[in-house]
Write a protein that binds this ligand. Structure first.
Ligand code: DLL
Length: 425
């Protein structure tokens, strides 16, 4: 099932033509209206008309979060504020705010793109969609709601209601689709298990999770525990919010909405394209955004392109689920570790995911990881030791593990904040 079949399954040649035409229009737009880009182009003596092929885009400099911060709040907007109907701000995982804007057309585009996400994840107009993403500066709640309404599904905006209320509404309103972060879905599952709520009292069929990295192990846990088919979807405020890339029911890579966004994967150090299929940093250029176009934006997210075509028929290039952010990698004795791998071991060892926090520190150039685990009861110390042992076995590194007070963890409001990186403070 597709939302816009003629676009999602566009022939590759036609797609390239469309991308090039849209890229040129976008470059003209930013050159005319955004001083940052004009300055960058002028410094290199290039003009938008010099970009004659998609490959020529490599001549254009990257845009970073730092650039956006320097032009805060409106310096990167390409339309006057009177044509902007919405302003969101990035969640600022690693720093201060970035403001992003949408024109009326951008909101229309956004609605269609998130409708694609929903349809690919199994949702139809007959579904009751519980959106447990927050509505506010964060783009998750609004963006996915637009898509669900565009599709004609019934939306319940539970936003950041507490877990027991999420479950009550899920039961009473017979929600068939749950949209939230994977960490909230795990908390919901945990509560259902602990309270012996029978699966038969729920009507859930689909789980569409995103906004954070999550693993195949977590997917299996959520699918079995909630009786759903769970898919991953990816996006970021600087580009549009949710609706950039999404899994279909094949669950084999995330399809890029390539008619609206151009994707590159580069080596984060050399900034050159990585060889096909290698891990690197995702760089995105918007092709249709009016108010806030973005040229070669370095997302900081690590992923790889996948070869071949998906049996679903969509032609958009696929990427593997995002492993984590560039800046979250911890290198210990030459071994690269992502916080998401630690989460996976925790889930594997305990069969559930307790509250936890990962603290990364650096002393004399050597990184170390401390995990604070929200475990209680008579098995806590034993579970913690087992976890440490498994980390050594599976990841080849040693971590410090400590028991934490459950009060230490604040409730998830927008996204779980589990990584405390003290290396640059
Ligand atoms: O998280 C937009 C979104 C909302 C996506 C709802 C999906 C669902 P930001 O708050 O700007 O926007 O955060 C963007 O979150 O650069 C990634 O590091 C991370 N991220 C988003 N989706 C995924 C995902 C929204 N599916 C940042 N897997 C991005 C892994 C993700 N990381």
């Amino acid at each position: 099932m597709y939302w816009e079949p003629e676009k999602e399954c566009l022939d590759k040649e036609e797609l390239v033509d469309l991308q090039l035409e849209r890229l040129q229009a976008t470059l003209n737009r930013v050159y005319a209206h955004v001083p940052f880009y004009r300055k960058n182009f002028d410094a290199l003596s290039i003009e938008p008309s010099d970009i004659k092929t998609l490959a020529d885009l490599s001549k254009v400099p990257f845009t970073t979060k730092e650039d956006l911060r320097e032009n805060y709040p409106y310096g990167h907007f390409a339309t006057p504020l009177r044509d902007v109907v919405r302003i969101h701000a990035s969640s600022g995982t690693t720093g201060s705010f970035v403001a992003v804007g949408y024109s009326r057309n951008d909101i229309k585009t956004w609605s269609n793109l998130t409708a694609r996400v929903l349809v690919a994840g199994g949702v139809t107009k007959d579904d009751v969609v519980q959106v447990a993403f927050s509505y506010g500066l964060f783009t998750g709640g609004f963006g996915l709601t637009y898509g669900a309404e565009r599709l004609g599904a019934s939306v319940i905006p539970t936003a950041h209601a507490k877990v027991p209320l999420q479950i009550k509404i899920m039961k009473d309103f017979k929600s068939t689709a749950l949209l939230c972060t994977p960490s909230l879905a795990l908390q919901i599952l945990d509560y259902i298990k602990q309270s012996d709520i029978p699966l038969a009292s729920l009507s859930l069929k689909w789980g569409l999770f995103g906004a954070e990295p999550w693993s195949e192990r977590v997917r299996k846990e959520l699918e079995a525990g909630l009786g759903i088919t769970a898919t991953d979807n990816y996006g970021l405020s600087e580009i549009i919010g949710p609706g950039v890339a999404f899994e279909c029911l094949e669950k084999n890579g995330l399809h890029f909405n390539e008619d609206h966004f151009l994707a590159e994967i580069v080596d984060p150090v050399t900034l050159k394209p990585v060889p096909a299929g290698e891990l690197g940093e995702l760089v995105v250029t918007t092709l249709t955004k009016e108010a806030f176009p973005m040229i070669r934006y370095r997302t900081g997210d690590l992923t790889r392109f996948m070869p071949g075509q998906c049996p679903c028929g969509r032609t958009g290039v696929r990427m593997t689920p995002v492993l984590g952010r560039n800046d979250d990698i911890v290198v210990m004795r030459g071994i690269k570790v992502f916080p998401s791998q630690i989460e996976e071991v925790l889930l594997d060892t305990l069969g559930r995911l307790p509250e936890y926090r990962i603290i990364i520190e650096r002393d004399k150039g050597v990184d170390s990881i401390t995990t604070r685990l929200g475990l209680s009861g008579e098995n806590a110390a034993r579970e913690m030791e087992l976890f440490k042992k498994r980390i050594e076995e599976k990841l080849g590194i040693g971590v410090v593990a400590e028991l934490a007070d459950v009060d230490e963890f604040s409730p998830i409001e927008v996204k779980a904040r589990r990584i405390l990186d003290k290396r640059n403070t």
